[in-house]
Design a protein around this ligand. Structure first.
Ligand SMILES: [Zn+2]
Ligand SMILES: [Zn+2]
Length: 139
């Protein structure tokens, strides 16, 4: 047996395998599907008791699981999403949400937060201040 940074490796079928994969496959009674990943409920990659393992059908599902766990622990509600501007967790019904390129993981912001963000970005007074600041910088 050897150790990687965060997982346990075991001898398996004359080779080396991740212990949580071996245990998940034993529980399933068959090999994991090609894109499946094994999630550790307590985020401890070396705690490979059956109850700590959840088989995810894909990487994006696995990511979603992490996101929901984080939402639950930080906001008390697994369905909440984090506003990318004010960094507060909130009900997706109060926000504008969109999926990232890979699909399942949702991004979100409050409409009001985004409006003030866009306003700041394109505010000509602020822009001019930044320009003036730049001009006064020593070169
Ligand atoms: Zn995980
Ligand atoms: Zn916000």
């Amino acid at each position: 047996m050897r150790w990687s940074r965060k997982y346990v490796w075991v001898n398996h079928n004359n080779g080396c395998a991740l212990e949580h994969v071996v245990i998940a496959e034993r529980a399933l009674g068959k090999p994991l599907p090609p894109f499946a990943e094994v999630h550790h409920v307590d985020f401890n990659g070396t705690n490979n008791v059956r109850e700590n393992l959840v088989v995810c059908p894909s990487r994006s599902y696995h990511r979603l699981l992490h996101l929901r766990t984080k939402a639950l622990s930080e906001s008390g509600n697994a369905n909440f999403l984090k506003c990318r501007h004010c960094k507060a967790w909130d009900d997706p019904l109060n926000m504008k949400t969109w999926a990232t390129a890979n699909g399942m993981v949702m991004k979100a912001h409050h409409v009001a937060c985004n409006r003030s963000y866009q306003k700041d970005r394109f505010d000509p007074v602020k822009k001019k201040k930044q320009r003036d600041l730049y001009r006064t910088m020593p070169r």
